[in-house]
Design a protein around this ligand. Structure first.
Ligand SMILES: Cc1ncc(COP(=O)(O)O)c(C=O)c1O
Length: 417
């Protein structure tokens, strides 16, 4: 490295983003050869069957009706109270857990995860998450001078790996005062895996036993970025009920976001929602997270909050919102079903996909396979232990036949999955 004036903790940091890099090569290809010739499976947004970004119609209509004041005026640091109430309601629906529930507006789910890591772990602490996880977790954790610790999400037969989870968690509880866990379920990015209710029971029961009677705390960050496309509205939210009535040294924080559920990605709106049986912990949650909000992004985005408030206060609009989401959930499901069936037919191994924007094809040597596929104008994201396909962004027409092409590239590279 040449000359550097960065502080020690910042020296050498750079975000090598495999997703953005693949997306950039894809854009070049589209310019040269046209969109029809290219398959872009890198994008983490919903793209319709015609190749256009989906903005929910109810969101478009509502955005257009906002007043200049609603768009530009400063919002209160923790967010408009109406927004926070709506976020809590929309997040939990019929499965609101019992206890003190507090929320702070954040710039997307990212802001919620960052703030939870920042305020509930110490510099140098390890933060526990799954080996199959969204790459930005590493940046968030490292940028705050914490260390990422991975446990294995899946067993060999495709179930939640309770053994790996409990061993790693126990180890961290033994050596740290606070342990922050980030669990992205349902619709895990990149696998599409999600915990069932029994698996949630086992996770929470182990968390309880790990800190029972101890002066130790566990903060469970529940990342539900893809919640609204993960199944029937009430059914996919049932696990939230389990976050109620936990001992006061266990704090679930839901990282809620309007990015996907309201297709407001670039508007940067989300919330961190804390659930606790202790009023002190609840008051502290509001105080310290509000403080961090003030110290980082300051005021949350007014326009996005008003869009969300205007929709959710009107039951007729909520019905339209739900219907649109259900339609896109179905579209993504149909794409995933095609890919999974064809993968099974041609012997391409994939990780257990239940719902969500992505399917993962496990392998070592994904770079080589992705490079070969790019020669055929197919753009997927190479990960350390596999390839990520964004079923949210590839049309059914283009998904058809894709599994066989990936399988051929895997075989040609001499890779055994
Ligand atoms: C797993 C996961 N969590 C959280 C997010 C947060 O996104 P945002 O900050 O836009 O809400 C994303 C977005 O890609 C994600 O994939």
């Amino acid at each position: 490295m040449g000359m550097s004036v960065a502080a020690n903790h910042a020296k050498g940091k750079f975000a090598a983003d495999a997703i953005m890099a693949a997306a950039a090569r894809c854009t070049e290809d589209v310019k040269k050869n046209g969109a029809d010739a290219v398959i872009n499976g890198t994008i983490g947004s919903i793209i319709d069957e015609n190749g256009d970004l989906v903005v929910l119609q109810i969101v478009k209509d509502t955005l257009k009706q906002l007043t200049p004041n609603q768009i530009v005026a400063y919002a209160p640091i923790p967010g408009f109270p109406e927004y926070l109430d709506a976020a809590i309601d929309q997040c939990f629906c019929d499965s609101r857990p019992e206890g003190y529930i507090r929320a702070i507006a954040t710039p997307g789910g990212s802001g919620a995860i960052h703030t939870a890591v920042h305020n509930y772990s110490e510099p140098g602490d390890e933060v526990l998450t799954t080996d199959w996880c969204w790459g930005a977790y590493r940046n968030i954790i490292r940028d705050d001078n914490r260390v990422l610790r991975e446990f294995e999400l899946l067993t060999d037969d495709g179930k939640f790996n309770m053994k790996s989870f409990s061993e790693n968690l126990q180890d961290l509880v033994n050596k740290q005062h606070n342990t922050v866990i980030i669990l992205n379920s349902p619709a895990n990015n990149p696998t599409g895996f999600g915990l069932n209710l029994d698996e949630w029971d086992a996770v929470l029961s182990f968390i309880k036993s790990a800190v029972e009677g101890k002066d130790k705390n566990i903060i469970l960050v529940s990342d539900v970025a893809y919640l609204d496309y993960s199944g029937e509205k009430q059914e996919c939210r049932r696990f939230f009920k389990k976050f109620g009535n936990l001992p006061a040294n266990i704090l679930p924080i839901v990282a809620y976001t309007c990015s996907k559920g309201f297709t407001l990605y670039g508007q940067r709106m989300g919330a961190m929602i804390g659930i606790t049986s202790s009023e002190d912990v609840a008051d502290e949650f509001t105080a310290i997270n509000k403080y961090t909000a003030r110290a980082t992004w300051s005021n949350p985005t007014s326009s996005a909050m008003w869009t969300m408030i205007e929709i959710t206060k009107d039951p007729e609009k909520v019905a339209r919102l739900d219907a649109e989401r259900a339609q896109y959930f179905q579209m993504i499901k149909e794409r995933a079903d095609i890919f999974m069936k064809e993968a099974a037919d041609c012997g391409l191994k994939i990780l257990p996909y239940l719902s969500g924007f992505f399917i993962t094809i496990p392998m070592i040597g994904s770079d080589k396979v992705c490079a070969a596929l790019e020669k055929e104008h197919i753009y997927l994201v190479p990960l350390k232990k596999g390839i990520r396909l964004a079923v949210c962004s590839v049309s059914k027409k283009k998904i058809a036949g894709l599994a066989a092409k990936v399988k051929a590239a895997v075989d040609a590279a001499g890779i055994v999955q």
